[in-house]
Design a protein around this ligand. Structure first.
Ligand code: EPS
Length: 379
């Protein structure tokens, strides 16, 4: 299964084509729109979220609520385009003030030099986190397949601006994260995080943080140890790292494990009508292969590069020292990034699931999966 997406932040819309989804998978538009709404939320989001009401149009590949096995075409229109038509139109037309004061931390300067763009808007429009909207829609398609095999994905925010939450005490805790304006299961920390976001806004600053994605019900055997690009952990890490703003990724105890002794990290193996572990420091992956425990991935998001009290930069035309440009922006988008993290994780798990149990229809995949589970249970 593969997908391509296209679209810029202030263009007409964001689109994606998902190819390789098996036939017969139940998928309703509302299932996708729920995640799009979740992505638009989060305390600290910017003015764009007041403009957009992200909803997906399914242009192909689904009939009567079931996938056909043909490419699924998805479109999310940008309501904001109506305010930008003159500046963002395929045909030559109005001229506009080029943007040439790159923002530290964004793709502006590196992209402008790489592509020879004198107007850095031609870089930032595609680099923008706006693109994560269609990535969430694609992830929702992947979640629909995984749900047929009782694989469930959720996320929550562990920290924002240095405020750390107490860890969730149950799966129900995590599933309730959407009740918090910052998607954090610790009420006290949620309040402190919102306070930190208010302080950052007042100071013309931005904040990052850490979120965690968990996948329950993943069978043993996804990914492989035989080649670096088939390791499930490497695919999950790449998917998370490719989300705008992410600068660190870890599985299980991650970086903390580097400071511990082996006996404090590795999960002892027990047997009781099947192999089991009482700890999950590995985060559900060993040797590049899912081991049957929940997949636990954490990502560190940098503070958003646009600062309303801008850092110093260089005017690319005069080479003079100037203040970086200011683009409308969020103060903190960690809660939203966690939803994108769910989508990225769902996509990797769905792809790896089809690699192992693939078939042209859901029923065929269910037969393959049942046979495998029976085999594993007997080993
Ligand atoms: C975002 C869309 C963008 C930004 C933000 C998040 O819309 P606009 O540029 O029109 O305000 O608000 O993206 C960034 C801050 C960024 O640096 O990419 C979204 O849809 O999530």
């Amino acid at each position: 299964m593969r997908y391509l997406d296209a679209g810029e932040s202030h263009g007409q819309g964001l689109m994606a084509v998902v190819e390789g989804m098996p036939a017969g998978v139940p998928l309703q538009v509302e299932k996708i729109n729920v995640d799009l709404r979740r992505r638009q939320g989060g305390y600290g989001r910017g003015g764009r979220m007041k403009i957009e009401r992200d909803q997906v149009k399914i242009l192909s590949g689904i009939r009567g609520g079931l996938t056909l096995g043909s490419p699924i075409g998805l479109l999310i229109e940008n309501r904001d385009w109506a305010n930008w038509q003159g500046l963002f139109h395929p045909s030559p037309g109005k001229t506009w003030e080029p943007l040439f004061r790159p923002r530290p931390g964004h793709a502006d300067l590196a992209g402008g030099l790489k592509y020879g763009q004198r107007d850095l808007r031609n870089i930032l429009e595609r680099a923008s986190a706006r693109g994560t909207a269609v990535r969430v829609a694609v992830g929702a398609v992947a979640k629909a397949l995984l749900a047929q095999f009782d694989i469930q994905i959720a996320s929550h925010v562990l920290s924002i601006g240095g405020v750390m939450a107490l860890p969730p005490s149950s799966k129900e805790d995590i599933l309730g994260a959407d009740q918090s304006p910052v998607r954090c299961v610790d009420p006290k920390a949620s309040q402190e995080m919102m306070g930190a976001i208010d302080e950052a806004r007042k100071a013309g600053e931005s904040l990052g943080g850490i979120f965690e994605v968990i996948a329950w019900g993943v069978p043993v055997g996804l990914g492989s140890h035989v080649h670096w690009d088939r390791r499930l952990d490497s695919r999950l890490a790449a998917a998370m790292m490719s989300i705008q703003g992410i600068k660190g990724v870890e599985l299980g105890r991650g970086f903390e494990a580097a400071f511990l002794m082996g006996s404090q990290v590795h999960d002892e193996i027990h047997y009781d009508r099947g192999y089991l572990r009482r700890t999950n420091n590995a985060g559900g992956v060993e040797g590049g292969i899912s081991n049957g425990e929940p997949i636990v991935v954490r990502a560190a998001m940098k503070p958003i590069p646009t600062l309303y009290r801008p850092l110093k930069s260089v005017d690319m035309l005069s080479k003079e020292r100037v203040e970086a440009s200011i683009e409308r922006s969020d103060i903190c988008a960690v809660p939203a990034a966690a939803i994108v993290g769910e989508a990225a994780t769902a996509w990797v798990l769905a792809q790896s699931f089809l690699e192992k149990f693939g078939g042209d229809s859901l029923d065929e995949i269910k037969r393959n999966y049942r046979g495998y589970l029976k085999e594993v249970a007997d080993r």
